[in-house]
Design a protein around this ligand. Structure first.
Ligand code: PEP
Length: 249
């Protein structure tokens, strides 16, 4: 399966900075064909970045969306608006949204359904906190998040979903999970997918890792059987380091 490497710029980069980053980055990765590369700028930069990556090997994604298509939802962005801005992907359920904006699995499930209905490919984020890991609740947490976020999503929908395992304690902390720690959870997620869906879905769903991924640790992570790519925050804000990250083979 083709690995997916996605950049989550979070609430960084104004339009001018986004243009500068994408212009530098595009040159560095223009010959890469064995990796699917996605960039997720803030909403205000989507349109401009979309114009610059047209015809390139970079796809566009958003960092969040609301589940309604339009109406009185002040401050929200709809799936139709993301499509209009050129998005193919959307990150849903990021731990920062769960923690800072109280997003629940039930809300994330509604967002996934709305994304699929509008032909956006969700990157569903799940992951345990440090407290949950220390209490030996990692697998229970992952199972609960995965089952509830994927409630009533069928095989057809699942074909367009990637799962990002992002241990909360590893995001933006510089402390990445070891390849073995990550692999253990990725393998567990694949087993759950087999239980909920079928062999085809379990084997072909991309399960990507996120949490302090850097050029210095990506190769070891990607050697693991069940790690099919990465979701990258901090290291994606610099063209050279994200360029290096995408050159994984
Ligand atoms: C993220 O934002 O999903 C992330 C993994 O961030 P970082 O790479 O900075 O840990």
């Amino acid at each position: 399966m083709k690995p997916l490497i996605a950049a989550n710029w979070k609430m960084n980069k104004d339009i001018k900075e986004s243009v500068s980053l994408i212009n530098k980055f595009e040159i560095l990765i223009k010959n890469i064909k064995n990796v699917e590369i996605v960039v997720c700028p803030p909403f205000t930069s989507l349109n401009e970045v979309n114009k610059l990556i047209k015809g390139s090997n970079i796809d566009l994604g958003a960092q969040n969306m609301y589940f309604e298509e339009k109406g009185a939802f002040t401050g929200e962005i709809s799936p139709l608006m993301l499509k209009d801005a050129g998005c193919e992907y959307v990150i849903l359920g990021h731990s920062e949204r769960r923690q800072c904006f109280n997003e629940t699995n039930e809300l994330i499930n509604k967002k996934i359904k709305a994304a699929l209905k509008n032909k956006l490919k969700p990157i569903l984020c799940i992951g345990e906190t440090l407290e949950q890991r220390e209490k030996n609740e990692t697998m229970k947490t992952i199972e609960n998040q995965l089952i509830n976020c994927l409630n009533n999503i069928n095989e057809k929908g699942m074909k367009n979903i990637s799962v990002a395992y992002e241990p909360v304690w590893a995001i933006g902390t510089g402390k990445n999970a070891t390849p073995q720690q990550a692999e253990e959870v990725h393998k567990f997620i694949r087993k759950l997918l087999l239980k909920i869906y079928n062999k085809n879905i379990a084997e072909n769903t991309r399960i990507i890792y996120g949490g302090s991924v850097k050029p210095s640790n990506i190769k070891e992570l990607m050697k693991m059987e069940n790690i099919n790519g990465a979701l990258v925050g901090g290291a994606s804000l610099d063209a050279e380091s994200f360029g290096e990250l995408c050159n994984i083979k």
